[in-house]
Design a protein around this ligand. Sequence first.
Ligand code: BQF
Length: 293
Amino acid sequence: MTQILDGRALAKQIRAEIAEEVKVIEAAGNRKPHLATVLIGDDAPSQAYVRNKMRSCEKVGFDATLIKKPVETTESELLEIVSGLNNNDAIDGFIVQLPLPNHIDEDRITLAIAPEKDVDGFHPVNFGRMAQGLPCYKPATPFGVMEMLRRYEIPTEGKEVVVVGRSNIVGTPMSLLLSRKGNPGNATVTLCHSRTADLTAHTRRADILVAAIGRPSFVTADMVKEGVIVIDVGVNRVDDASRERGYRLEGDVDYQGVFEKASYITPVPGGVGQLTVVSLLLNTLKAYKKEVY
Ligand code: BQF
């Protein structure tokens, strides 16, 4: 029988734990943790993601500030906003929602964020600290996957993990975290990408497969072995006239086909994405408590 890794239920449980901590903070007469989000332009998925994040803050009792600017915002204007947030003592942590419009250099913006307020964990200082196993903010999606493996008590030590996708935000940090010492961790990790020769030969060897490609239903049943644990990081919008919104969310895994062979699988929606948003809350709480820096 295939077990579904229920991101929604897990996220709810973690939010309850965070809300409890916020109550204690407030009862002691302290201010609440405060996350700020910067959204540039009107990219529809980004608006949905930002809404998820604001709502999650509300659910746990965090203060949340949304700074929304038009698509014509210049890079130097955004750098001013970032600098203002870096120096604002009322803000524990902040994120700049990606992707940014093409005329803004994402790397330059990420570098401008103070590492101690970088709750997305995208700044190279946090990435470097993560790679070395030092206290840091971990990027929300890999952090969420680690929480999922840990809380479902899925053993990773000595396992063959195959990560497909090498982005700075998901695939690469995921491979680092799973190969490091720890639990979860201690896995043997293969990082596959668009130039990998014979991808299927690699994925078929996986005890745990992490799909972070960004293409709907890319991983098919023939690419996995019987009993595989499948972590589907993909959040793809696929046209669907039968839906009111005109689209549905689909993962990077052909869910129906792969389900039949998997021992555990994350659904989309309701899987890793839920943990991604909760991880941002966990990082914000860490920032508030000054646990990292
Ligand atoms: C769910 C993201 C690609 C590029 C930029 C819950 C989210 C998504 C799905 C969410 C994502 C994806 C986010 C579900 C934030 C995850 O139930 O399946 C939550 O809000 N995400 C983002 O901020 O930027 C992205 C994916």
